[in-house]
Ligand binder design. Structure first.
Ligand SMILES: [Zn+2]
Length: 299
């Protein structure tokens, strides 16, 4: 089966948060294997993000701080976010793959996916947290806007609330943000009452949420965000830790549910390019199965 374009970088494998850390290189290796087995032509190596694209979201002093820390061997940025010497280059590579996916989709060459790590949706403007250094989904959204796609819908189906994404867009009505997440759970944000400037649509739900309810709730969130508003491009913060058996959370999705989510987006935003940006998912083979199901639905 011919899959949509999957942008990635081998440099993303070089980020080493520690052998016991759930955000392991094996996650991305499993995704690479699954994509290659289905369509050996789908994977494309992207160039690392340039400073111009990163600085639309993060100030240069923060990027310099990360680069300096990496060049001195790395270190701890918060209690679960560790940097190795290659981590900044891995993060730049991850953002670069997200940017390449935006360009591909913007140019009308089809929906696209960025198979990347480290993830990004917890990263704040000047703060790394929750395994995340750079806010890949927002960097992707800002790139799309620089290309002339003004209204961006970001749908975050990672099990955790995308607090970084929300913080970076919540005062900007050109971006709408929908997040369905387990609550309470890390990082503790994402109440339904957090509405930004009317552009934030949070759907917090307890663990054990049945898949049919998950799909219905996310569909409703997307419908609310799209009421009277049509995006020029959709970015998915595509985390797969909402799946049954994930060690970090308690939702119950199976790979077969991701096509339902994609179909909901495709039918509510016909003709609008979709860019998936990989976030969490901590059982490598399950993550790979979820990504593959998503890719098949994006064909
Ligand atoms: Zn997550």
């Amino acid at each position: 089966m011919t899959l949509p374009a999957v942008f990635t970088s081998l440099r993303c494998l070089d980020h080493e948060p520690g052998s016991a850390h759930p955000e392991s290189p094996e996650r991305l290796r499993a995704v690479h294997r699954a994509v290659r087995a289905e369509d050996p032509t789908a994977l494309r190596e992207a160039e690392p993000a340039l400073a111009e694209a990163l600085e639309r979201v993060h100030p240069a002093r923060y990027l310099d701080h990360l680069a300096t820390l990496a060049s001195s061997g790395g270190g701890m940025l918060d209690y679960d976010t560790f940097m190795s010497s290659a981590s900044f280059e891995a993060a730049r590579a991850a953002a670069g793959a997200a940017l390449a996916a935006v360009h591909h989709a913007h140019e009308g060459r089809g929906h696209a996916f960025a198979a990347i790590r480290p993830p990004g949706h917890h990263a704040l403007r000047e703060t790394a947290m929750g395994f995340c250094f750079l806010a890949n989904a927002v960097i992707a959204a800002r790139q799309a806007q620089a290309l002339g796609r003004h209204r961006i819908l970001i749908v975050d189906w990672d099990v955790h609330h995308g607090n970084g994404t929300q913080a970076l867009v919540e005062r900007d009505p050109s971006v709408r943000f929908v997040s369905l997440h387990q609550w309470p759970l890390y990082p503790g944000t994402g109440a339904a009452s957090e509405r930004g400037v009317g552009n934030v649509f949070n759907i917090p739900q307890p663990p054990g949420l049945p898949p049919a309810q998950y799909v219905a709730d996310l569909r409703q969130g997307i419908a609310s965000a799209l009421a009277g508003w049509k995006p020029d491009l959709v970015v998915i913060s595509a985390g797969y830790d909402s799946m049954q058996g994930d060690p970090l959370a308690g939702f119950t999705l199976e790979p077969s549910h991701y096509p339902d989510l994609i179909e909901s987006l495709r039918s509510s935003c016909p003709g609008v390019p979709i860019v998936g940006v990989m976030e969490g998912g901590y059982v490598p083979e399950r993550l790979a199965a979820g990504v593959l199901a998503t890719l098949k639905a994006l064909i």
